[in-house]
Design a protein around this ligand. Sequence first.
Ligand code: TXA
Ligand code: MG
Length: 319
Amino acid sequence: MQTITGTNISKAADLLVNGELVAIPTETVYGLAANALNADAVLKIFETKGRPTFNPLIVHVHDVNEFSKYASEVPDLVRTLAEKFSPGPITYVLPKKNNIPDIVTGGGETVALRVPGHALTLKLLSQLDFPLAAPSANPFGYISPVDARHVKDQLDGKIPYILDGGQCMIGIESTVVTVIDGKVVVYRLGGVSLEDLVDVVGEVELRINNSSNPNSPGQLKSHYAPRIPLRFGKMDALLEEFSGKKKAILSFTKNYSDDCIANQVLSYAGDLHEAARNLFTALRKLDNSEAEIILAEKFPEHGLGLAINDRLERAATEK
Ligand code: TXA
Ligand code: MG
């Protein structure tokens, strides 16, 4: 199959109507999309990514008003959050209606819904009479793509079309939340920070998932992993431990070029939004270096620093 990259929304729409896959840009990461109401089309996502089918997908719609078409209940707290953050990097897990096929939800009774904050994809969604199921457009377990080029590098020949919406402006996946007993519960840290959530709803509970926690089965512990082994922690200690090795270094503000063969500084200005935007591209670059090991620095534990640390922890190799 030939993979074409372009900005033709009608072409993308035609393919999706015909049950084909299209990579779509969002403000967080690129998604690998299919008609969420067509189980055969959705199955192709799992085959193409090599992703286990117990892992549920996010369903993308063009407007919050669409939620009630696919969710049997939309709590007031979700409406409050949506007013503030959607379209944007946040996903709501809600009780599902029967029109959502089991393959989308991993057989569960809930569906994850999101309005992506990207003009091209919102336009595409508003032209379709079905929502789009889309996980990140990377092979299962690898680094998420934040540029059309990254998708092409990994899925060339496997999908017919990549809708090119440029670089993803947030750069890290959406925050996944639900409402339990009148309280907002966070399943995955992402583009909307905990502080921003707390500002709007007062209090939130963290239930960040891993493979031993079934609430959000996609949150496997080993994820976002480069091919080169990665270690995560305090940079001084890591530098000492790996002094004899050919190193690549991922750092927040400090330049380590003299200590390694490849260094990516995510934000010289110390801006966590900029760091998040640069994270996955930087990891890819380091993974394409000749290093034996990637050393990644622990980020400040506030704002998007928490989501960045979560991704690096999952990318890290066990000791
Ligand atoms: O930013 C994003 O969220 C991107 C873009 C493409 O929208 N998508 C994305 O999809 O990151 P994926 O499949 O890589 O991650 C989906 C996350 C997983 O952690 C999964 O467990 C969780 O959402 N999820 C999906 N459906 C769920 C459900 N019904 N209940 C609990 N968690 C769910
Ligand atoms: Mg993913």
